[in-house]
Design a protein around this ligand. Structure first.
Ligand code: URA
Length: 239
């Protein structure tokens, strides 16, 4: 790949501004100063240094974000803040995108990556990657609902959901509110909310806890993110 592209991807500026870094003789390739951004380098085999520091090139990036409410799961939006806006500028240069969508008012685990293959595998309807959510429900969730989820809910558009595991964590009978966990296998638009509508209840708070083998790191504050560990990435690929 071109040296200027590699440097831009690694956060040393835009393709245009990395010219200055190159002009300043700050960049060496295998120990020799290189000033031409058009030079082709092999990130696997060439030793590239900027101001004496070796650059470890990574083609793909994988982040786990604890998505807060109020941001949209998109790369750009004319009105709302996006999940990409929550990343540091140097983490935005390699064009990450969210793997699937959480509603604007949903919190929790969202994977951000630029690895289209991984995203495709996780989202493919054929793979049935489990997604587990915690929710507060307006209404008293009962055994009948649990059985209906187990049999498979039919959504308002006629889509038949696969069997879903609904667990009742607590009920406040006075307020008529329930705290539940639900695990679904598809990723239809507003799926959890629509599943509860099908049993005449409504979701008033929703948080994704896991996707496939990947659990939300609860030490991340809302809006915080971190790189996936090697183990987390390997287990995601195993889904
Ligand atoms: N189901 C929903 O209804 N909303 C989400 O954000 C995710 C799943």
């Amino acid at each position: 790949m071109r040296l200027d592209k590699l440097l831009a991807n690694m956060g040393f500026g835009t393709r245009k501004t990395v010219k200055n870094v190159l002009k300043a003789k700050e960049v060496t390739v295998n120990g020799l100063v290189e000033k031409d951004g058009k030079t082709h380098v092999n990130p696997e085999t060439d030793k590239i240094e900027v101001s004496g520091e070796v650059i470890q090139y990574q083609e793909f990036m994988y982040f786990m974000l604890h998505k807060p409410q109020g941001v949209v799961s998109a790369t750009t939006d004319h009105v709302h803040k996006t999940v990409i806006d929550l990343l540091d500028p140097q983490d935005q240069v390699m064009d990450p995108f969210p793997v699937g969508r959480l509603d604007k008012d949903t919190e929790g685990l969202l994977i951000l990556t630029n690895d289209g293959t991984l995203a495709h595998n996780l989202l493919s309807p054929k793979k049935h990657v489990d997604k587990c959510y915690e929710a507060i429900i307006e209404g008293v969730v009962n055994e009948q609902d649990i059985r209906a989820f187990e049999r498979g809910i039919t959504l308002d558009d006629g889509f038949n959901c696969q069997s879903a595991k609904l667990e009742l964590l607590s009920v406040d009978f006075e307020k008529e509110r329930s705290v539940i966990q639900v695990t679904i296998h598809e990723g239809k638009f507003h799926q959890v909310k629509r599943m509860f509508e099908a049993v005449d209840k409504s979701v008033i708070y929703l948080k994704r806890l896991s996707m496939g083998n990947l659990q939300l790191d609860e030490t991340l504050e809302l809006g915080e993110y971190r790189q996936l560990t090697k183990e987390e990435l390997a287990s995601l690929r195993d889904n």
